[in-house]
Design a protein around this ligand. Structure first.
Ligand SMILES: [Mg+2]
Length: 290
């Protein structure tokens, strides 16, 4: 019981620190429901690994009952959108793949926009390859045929792929990557993410991708807005990372809500120059105002 009281005081202090006046805090929190579209990060916001966070299922149901549109974003290219939809459905959140935007989809859309039916060499796993093919792109194993090189989080990365990437770039292929993350959190720690593959490619070619499609790229959020068929001022971006979720919202002039259930602590928020529109203990704050 004592712990709960201490936690409440810390959050009260936070609200006062961020918004100064309690009445103003109340007003701000009540305006959480003024948007027509809600864009949620997944890990650290809706769930932590396989554990649903803070009544997230009830929050989504509540927003949908108010006829709000909801979409979920993930930077991870190693899972298909169908996998994400399944995972959320099993957690009691009713979604289809149309409610999911991940970095694989955005990479496919960005290349398709540059050159429909382009030939692509992929450093990545099967879900990414399937997403690229579903967008009408041709995936090749021959680096000399590649018009684009795509680098992604790839747990099957090896020397031959690095060699092929070098050949493709020397032969004039354009270079995109799925996501900028250095590591990916897993139970009990973290594993190397897409930045590791980009670092290896840069080490041997000196080249960085011309576009990194996942958060915090404007392309990722633009894909979400397009799917929602809403404009930036009609939506709220909700996430746990200041430098991706919140920065991306700020860049596109979308209001943002930081949740403290993931990577960001009160201390890191205080030390950061990136400031969200709202600070929430968790997504359950959406229910609290009702
Ligand atoms: Mg997150």
């Amino acid at each position: 019981m004592q712990v709960m009281i201490i936690q409440l005081n810390v959050f009260q202090a936070l609200y006062i620190m961020v918004r100064k006046e309690p009445e103003e805090i109340m007003k701000h929190k009540s305006s959480l429901l003024k948007y027509q579209g809600y864009i949620f990060d997944l890990d650290g916001t809706i769930y932590l690994s396989n554990r649903l966070l803070a009544k997230a299922d009830q929050v989504i149901e509540f927003l949908e009952a108010l006829e709000k549109k909801v979409i979920f974003l993930s930077n991870k290219p190693i899972e298909s959108r169908a996998n994400y939809a399944d995972k959320l459905n099993k957690m009691g959140i009713n979604v289809t793949i149309d409610n999911i935007i991940n970095s694989s989809l955005v990479t496919a859309l960005c290349i398709q926009q540059e050159k429909p039916r382009a030939v692509v060499y992929v450093i990545g796993e099967p879900p990414l390859v399937h997403e690229l093919e579903a967008a009408g792109l041709t995936v090749t194993k021959d680096p000399l045929k590649a018009e684009f090189l795509v680098a992604a989080f790839d747990r099957t990365f090896h020397y031959n792929k690095l060699n092929d990437a070098m050949i493709a770039l020397r032969n004039g292929a354009r270079y995109f990557a799925t996501n900028p993350d250095k590591t990916c959190p897993i139970d009990g720690g973290e594993i190397p993410d897409c930045a590791g593959m980009m670092g290896a490619i840069e080490g041997v070619t000196g080249k960085r991708p011309e576009l990194i499609c996942g958060k915090p790229s404007p392309q990722m959020l633009a894909a979400a807005l397009k799917q929602l068929q809403l404009s930036a001022d009609q939506c709220l971006m909700v996430g746990d990372r200041l430098e991706t979720d919140i920065q991306m919202g700020i860049n596109l002039k979308i209001d943002t809500a930081l949740v403290l259930t993931g990577i960001t602590t009160l201390k890191s928020l205080e030390q950061s120059s990136i400031k969200p529109t709202y600070v929430l203990k968790s997504v359950a704050d959406f229910l609290e105002r009702h």
